[in-house]
Ligand binder design. Structure first.
Ligand code: VGL
Ligand code: ZN
Length: 239
């Protein structure tokens, strides 16, 4: 990869929430299964220096579940919840069906991701799993931080401290982001990657969104942040 990227710097792949509930479960993203062969091919064909897989991983009765809404189950409107607890400041919380509950099948990675990750591990490529949304009272779309930036995951530290073996110990400077859903967790993760000063690239064929309108506006918003958009894996190879 050229185009301003240092030859001795590395590229990480961020696989966002490729879990059963977002593919065929309670929060199935339209056409999500179509990204699977693309993601598999991407992992097998591109010489990534690190693989990161984020996992939406909620406790029961999570704040984002409509079933836990104070007005009663089945209420899908947004509501305000106090964050941070100390100040009582209120923030909007979007309501979702129960999804990715810790210990359930729906929270598990799709086997395509599981197999590809295991294959990379065997090749000596570092692989990191980042769980998020684990606090019952705070939601987290991004793999880097929760939605209110009250806390951060280990991801920025992992990326910034890594010395790439095959790049003469050079740093990771580029992150390729794929997965689900374009308009929520991919969007937040990619924007945070830019905030942490990584060159950030989205592969269009390897992402899908919850709804057309929000997906289109998410792509525009990402481009506004300087996130690059390529359509196919071949386009990524050609950069
Ligand atoms: C997601 C809604 C709720 C996502 C996670 O992975 O995009 N969306 N939790
Ligand atoms: Zn969630």
């Amino acid at each position: 990869m050229q185009n301003g990227t240092n030859e001795s710097s590395g590229v990480a792949l961020l696989l966002v929430d490729i879990q059963h509930d977002f593919i065929s479960g309670s929060l199935a993203v339209p056409d999500a299964e179509r990204i699977l062969p693309v993601v598999k091919n991407l992992i097998e064909s591109y010489p990534f220096d690190m693989i990161i897989a984020s996992q939406d991983f909620h406790p029961k009765e999570h704040i984002s579940f409509a079933s836990s809404h104070p007005d009663g189950p089945g209420t899908f409107k947004e509501h305000k919840v106090p964050h941070p607890a100390k100040t009582g400041e209120k923030v909007d919380q979007m309501m979702w069906p129960d999804h990715c509950i810790q210990g359930t099948k729906g929270a598990e990675f799709h086997p395509i991701v599981e197999d590809a990750i295991n294959a990379k591990r065997k090749q000596g490529i570092p692989v990191h799993i980042i769980q998020k949304g684990t606090d019952k009272h705070v939601d987290g779309y991004s793999a880097f931080a929760d939605n209110q930036y009250l806390g951060f995951t280990q991801l920025s530290k992992i990326l910034h401290s890594h010395k790439c073996k095959n790049k003469a110990g050079g740093p990771i400077e580029t992150i390729v982001v794929v997965g689900l859903a374009t308009d929520y967790c991919v969007l937040s993760s990619a924007i945070d990657a830019r905030k942490f000063h990584f060159r950030t690239i989205i592969v269009g064929d390897a992402v899908r969104g919850v709804a057309k309108e929000t997906t289109e506006s998410a792509i525009k918003e990402m481009q506004g942040w300087g996130i690059e958009y390529v359509q196919t894996t071949e386009d990524l190879h050609a950069l």
